[in-house]
Design a protein. Sequence first.
Length: 388
Amino acid sequence: MDIKWSKRIEDLPPYLFAEIDAKKNALLKKGVDVIDLGVGDPDIPTPSNIIDALKDAADDPENHRYPSYQGMLPFRQAAADWYKERFGVELDPENEVVALIGSKEGIANTPLAFINPGDVGLFTDPGYPVYPTSISFAGGVPVSVPLYKENDFLPDLKAIPESTLSKSKLLFLNYPNNPTTAVADKAFFEDVVEFAVSNNILICHDAAYTEIAYDGYVPPSFLEVDGAKECSIEFHSLSKTFNMTGWRIGFAVGNKKAIGGLGKIKTNIDSGAFQAVQHAGIEALKNHTLGLDDRRKLFQERRDIFCKGLDAIGLAYTKPKATFYVWFSVPEGMSSKEFSSKLLEEAGIVVTPGNGFGDAGEGYARVSTTFSTERIIQAVERLKEVKF
Ligand SMILES: *Cc1c(COP(=O)(O)O)cnc(C)c1O
């Protein structure tokens, strides 16, 4: 028997962090105290009111059976209520909201609903690697739209050739953006609506970081803009807002036909999120402001510590208004990979090389502030000792 992987797996791009991971593990084996600022996964626990809601719901046998595919109506209602309160956007919980097993699940399944083999799926670069992978898993052709610092890391949609647009079915966008930390205003979203409608391209907006913002900045939802519901679907995650990455709960909202398409795929692939976790999600959304300012304050404090460190060694960055990352330029004459290897070898610090998020990320690196303040202070001290 000769088991062969499918072409879709064989064709996956090489795992760019494999080398860094191997180096990190070798150093750990030697007893080096490695500070890993790579992954965006909050170090602080989920708020206790949410944990208590899960505990109660787990005791109830009602929740032990198969959940409904599209999510419990009370969960979808809580998502709709939160959208109304937070963004002023009206949603029909019956057919404009679907529960997700984490937003990654919804993002990965979306191209299956809208891409036929050979169709183009657009995605911004640098970006979340799931966008291009999910487009190719659906038989589509992923085409990147680069994000440049000169354009404040917003895509130049007018630069996409007509020959590409005519084959494109969807565009993945993500603001506040991971990894660049860029934000988008409503004027930009208005341009995107016009672009979507005139080219018949579904906008798939990944809104994972709308609640992680600083200095009074309030990120908008794509759906706040007129006409957005005609042309878009927006993904939301409870992971980043409520320190719930391990719980696997999120939701998608937006155009009824688009939500229905995603729902159809999900009906045939999964059987919904554990109802007890949905009950915990309801608790999170109903009391969404509980502790949120304190969490923001903590990430902001860490952001400022790291940015001061970058100032001290003279590396360029734009101070993030949102997300729990800092995106900065590597020293002149160095590649992202050379920079991150040097930091690991000479200072025992793991940062993510920017090109790991796509070709347009070359020349940058990303750190996450989801690690203890003490470790971030230590990392900055070590960083100052490295000679570039
Ligand atoms: C973390 C993250 C997600 C996924 O979040 P889950 O809801 O935990 O699956 C999606 N998009 C971006 C850009 C992220 O950084």
